[in-house]
Write a new protein. Structure first.
Length: 323
């Protein structure tokens, strides 16, 4: 007789993989929560903040214009969660630091309360206005693309391309990514959701951050409904958009001239006047409000001038658009 085979006490490879699988899944879930914090926020706060969503109706419209692929309920949940976490964390950290530094209990609580309210309000404001900033940036980039898109649409209309096919071709364009994203929404509404082309164009008109592109879509819907000549309409729209771009270019040149004067005043004349004034004050041996002249000069050099420089950068960034 053959001796019976003894089973090995070592677990099989399959058993090892099965045992390690929960840890891998847990790590994947943690990584997913870090990459998409709105999912974690929705899991804990989604149902609780549902009754407050009407107060954020404008935010939902702005999120559509900014092309944020997040539901309003998830975004508001993330806004509330991050604001709450930052408030609690700043309270604990500031209270601990003041207590370690030897401050009194009431003083540490006072500083911690002020820091918690300030940081929580700042995080809330940043997340609340972030969709508006993204929508504004997207609008500027889309307005730059419109002259090329309008001329492209005019050529397609001259070739008797139907509107649905026209937007499908715009969807594949890599030179105009913002308009291509909106064209993708139109094609999705027609081919996936089953809407007709006019309903899809009206929906995209409401979602578009660019007022000019929304007007083009509205005129296109009116032309299709009335059976008008789409080629003539798009040619007229192209000429109008190019005229608007020329006017915008002239306005930008005038704004840059005003900006140059502001820069000279803020970053050159103002610091020189302040330094000369402080030098005179140092010669006569006077201060201001109990502060020494050296301290005031340091405050201007390392505080006021960098803040003015940052303000100039922000102003210039708001005037110019990345091409």
């Amino acid at each position: 007789m053959k001796a019976p085979k003894l089973r090995s006490s070592k677990p099989s490879v399959k058993a090892v993989k099965t045992a390690k699988q929960p840890k891998v899944e847990a790590a994947d879930q943690t990584l997913s929560a870090l990459r998409a914090p709105w999912l974690l926020a929705y899991h804990y706060l989604g149902l609780r903040i549902q009754k407050y969503l009407p107060y954020f109706a404008d935010t939902g419209v702005t999120m559509q214009k900014a092309a944020l692929k997040i539901s309003l309920q998830s975004y508001v949940s993330m806004l509330v969660l991050l604001s709450g976490v930052s408030t609690i964390a700043s309270f604990v950290i500031v209270a601990t630091l003041v207590a370690v530094a030897g401050g009194e209990i009431w003083l540490s609580l006072l500083y911690a309360f002020g820091a918690a309210i300030g940081l929580g309000a700042m995080v809330f404001a940043i997340l609340y206005f972030l969709p508006s900033l993204l929508a504004s940036s997207r609008r500027k980039r889309m307005d730059l693309e419109l002259p090329y898109v309008a001329s492209h649409m005019s050529i397609l209309a001259a070739a008797s391309i139907p509107p649905t096919r026209m937007f499908k071709l715009l969807e594949d364009s890599k030179t105009t990514p913002e308009v291509a994203s909106d064209a993708n929404e139109v094609v999705r509404d027609v081919e996936v959701l089953g809407n007709d082309i006019m309903t899809a164009l009206e929906s995209e008109r409401d979602r578009s951050p660019s007022r000019i592109f929304a007007d083009v879509l509205e005129g296109l819907v009116a032309t299709i409904r009335s059976g008008g000549n789409m080629k003539s309409y798009l040619l007229d729209a192209t000429h109008t958009i190019m005229d608007l771009r020329r006017i915008a270019g002239k306005q930008l040149i005038e704004s840059l001239a005003v900006f140059a004067e502001t820069y000279v005043t803020l970053m050159i004349v103002f610091p020189l006047l302040i330094i000369v004034m402080f030098s005179v004050m140092a010669l006569i041996g006077s201060g201001l409000g109990g502060m020494s002249v050296t301290l005031m000069m340091s405050f201007v050099t390392y505080g006021i001038i960098p803040i003015c420089g940052m303000a100039v950068i922000v102003m210039l960034d708001s005037m110019l658009v990345e091409d």
